[in-house]
Every structure is written in C-alpha cells, then in structure tokens.
Design a protein around this ligand. Structure first.
Ligand SMILES: Cc1cc2nc3c(=O)[nH]c(=O)nc-3n(C[C@H](O)[C@H](O)[C@H](O)COP(=O)(O)O)c2cc1C
Length: 189
C-alpha cells in the first residue's frame, strides 16, 4: 500500500523524447490495456477504444502527419511532424467514442476516456516503464485523425507515449491546495 501511495505522491511524466526501448512485449501490452480499460464507466458503455502504434507503423503514422502538415502549411518543420510517433517506441491512442445516450450524459462518457488515459499511464509505470500523455495539434486535426483511422464522430483523448525512461524528471510546481479546496458550508438563512 505504501508503495502505491509513494508512487501516486511522486509520479512525474517523462517527456516522450526521453522514452526509449525496451517497450512492453505483446503480452505485457495486452495486460496494460486491460488495466487501462478497468475504469469507472457509467452504464458500462465502454465509450472508448485503443489504436496501437508500434514498430514501422509509427513511421507510417508520422508520414500521415507530415503530409497533412505540408499541405496545410508548407513552412512547417516536416522532420518534427514525421517524428510525432517515433519519439517513444510505443504510442497508444485512447479514442473517445462518446455520443448521445438516453441515460448517460456524453460528458460522463468523455470523462471516462480521460480515466482510461491516466490508468494507462499508471499501468505503464506498474510494469517498469514511463509514459507521457500528449494530444498536440494532431489530436484536433480531422485530416490527420482520418488518416490514423479515427472516425468522424470520435475524439482522441490522448496519445500515450510509452517506453523506458532515459532520465529522471525533476519536480514541477503543483497547485496550491488551499487555493483549490473549499469546504461546503450552508449559507446562513
Ligand atoms: C489531455 C491532456 C493533453 C496533454 N497534451 C499535452 C501536449 O500536447 N503537450 C505537452 O507538452 N503536454 C501535454 N499534456 C501534459 C503532460 O501529459 C503532463 O501532464 C505534463 O507534462 C506534466 O507532467 P506531470 O504528469 O509530471 O505532472 C497533456 C495532458 C493532458 C491531461
């Protein structure tokens, strides 16, 4: 229990450029995705899905990004765009498939996709890896998304970059808890 508390109290993102091989093997990745999908999910809708980018498929995904970037802005650094999926050895897109439902608000379905992202980050750490949750412009460009296999009604909640950390990140500022925490008190009548 203490281990989990320490982990949660000290967890830091490792930037994708500092994530290297080795990355999880197939069976480990399957287990990580199973853990990621074990989130609170009102109505058991499972309103999310995964797209895995590994090996040479990461370069192909980078080509999709670069060709869209070049078409939209010829000044863009195409090397950078091509490398979007090759910084870390493994990238998993968490895709929100949320939509209107008779009982479950769409907002709750979207929140659940965020929970999947964080659970996947935690799962990566649990297996000895590190991760970074990124969106960048590519999560919001419908042409890039179409090229990556994301359907028009879907959204990318996060691209989770996973690998073995090559550095130990230093602490960063955290919120002033007193500034963001209040205690409810009923208004005097
Ligand atoms: C939905 C979402 C999208 C994010 N997208 C980016 C991004 O595009 N670029 C970036 O530098 N950080 C992004 N971040 C922030 C990093 O994942 C990370 O939280 C941040 O670097 C702070 O590190 P920490 O997790 O150690 O607090 C995003 C976070 C969330 C929740």
């Amino acid at each position: 229990m203490r281990e989990m508390r320490d982990y949660l109290a000290t967890r830091r993102t490792t930037a994708a450029t500092f994530l290297d091989s080795p990355s999880p093997e197939q069976a480990t990745l399957d287990e990580m995705l199973r853990i990621a999908a074990r989130v609170p999910d009102h109505g058991k809708l499972a309103p999310w899905r995964f797209i895995v980018f590994e090996g040479a498929a990461r370069e192909a995904a980078g080509e999709v990004v670069a060709s869209v970037a070049e078409r939209k802005d010829p000044q863009r650094d195409l090397m950078e765009e091509r490398a979007r999926f090759t910084r870390a050895p493994l990238v998993v897109a968490v895709v929100s498939t949320a939509g209107p439902h008779v009982k479950i608000p769409e907002w709750e379905q979207i929140l659940s996709a965020g929970a999947v992202c964080l659970n996947l980050v935690h799962a990566a750490y649990a297996f000895g890896y590190s991760a970074q949750w990124l969106t960048e412009w590519i999560a919001y460009d419908r042409d890039v998304l179409a090229g990556l296999g994301v359907e028009p009604g879907e959204k990318v909640a996060g691209f989770i970059h996973i690998g073995t950390p090559q550095m130990t990140p230093t602490e960063r500022d955290r919120p002033d808890m007193a500034a963001i925490t209040t205690r409810f008190a009923p208004k005097p009548a």
